[in-house]
Design a protein around this ligand. Structure first.
Ligand SMILES: [Zn+2]
Length: 236
């Protein structure tokens, strides 16, 4: 069975999904949720299993806030079965299977070697609006990267980061600050345009693309690309 990847929902419904990768990351995740919840919006949090193990209460606050939890691997490494490891951690706390998965670094070779990712129990999710918020220091650049994005429209999935995979506490706390500052404007503007900001569990994903290996490593560093190549040849 080929690997199917979803990057948007139905184009005839005024819904947009804000998605946040690499958490949970207290207190940044809580700050982002507070901005969403104060405006009647919901988000989707693609968490790392290792952070859920470190901050289980922060993870449970995502569920208790009515947001959608999703699988972004355990270690953010290209290990075999890293998604399956994370799923065990998540579902042990939630008591239910996780329905969405996003490949770290959009490295889809890691999906090919994951029984979970290749199963029809979970949908592999990319995005059609990616403002590279993790690389921005000016909140306005993040706002402009979303609102001015040519793909922004009904059914859009926006890729953002409330955390980082790094063990460096200072960097992990500092990196999402421009996004936290940008969030009120992002939510207010999208809602003013008539969009409902929903979790992925409230969006019907359509028109998946069949992944082709030449798309590998879009956002990956040279080191990760080398890792991807070795993993790809090993699984070919
Ligand atoms: Zn990530």
């Amino acid at each position: 069975m080929p690997l199917m990847i979803y990057d948007h929902g139905r184009r005839d419904e005024m819904k947009i999904a804000l998605t946040f990768d690499d958490g949970p990351n207290p207190p940044r995740t809580d700050q982002i949720m507070q901005i969403l919840e104060s405006r009647g919006a919901r988000g989707t949090f693609f968490v790392l299993g290792k952070w859920v193990e470190r901050w289980p209460e922060a993870f449970m606050r995502i569920l208790n806030g009515g947001h959608t939890e999703a699988n972004h691997s355990h270690l953010h490494h290209a290990h075999q079965r890293d998604f399956d490891h994370a799923e065990a951690v998540l579902s042990n706390l939630t008591g239910r299977p996780t329905r969405h998965l996003r490949a770290h670094y959009f490295n889809y070779f890691t999906c090919l070697v994951s029984p979970l990712a290749m199963s029809d129990r979970i949908q592999v999710v990319d995005s059609d609006v990616n403002p590279a918020d993790w690389d921005k220091t000016d909140p306005q650049d993040i706002i402009d990267g979303i609102l001015g994005h040519p793909s922004l429209g009904p059914g859009s999935i926006i890729d953002l980061h409330d955390s980082s995979e790094t063990e460096d506490d200072g960097l992990r706390l500092a990196r999402p600050l421009p996004l936290v500052d940008a969030m009120p404007k992002i939510v207010d503007e999208l809602q003013a345009q008539g969009y409902e900001l929903v979790g992925l569990d409230d969006m019907t994903l359509v028109d998946p693309v069949v992944w082709q290996p030449d798309e590998r490593g879009m956002y990956a560093s040279p080191e990760i690309q080398a890792e991807i190549r070795s993993l790809g040849s090993a699984s070919a």
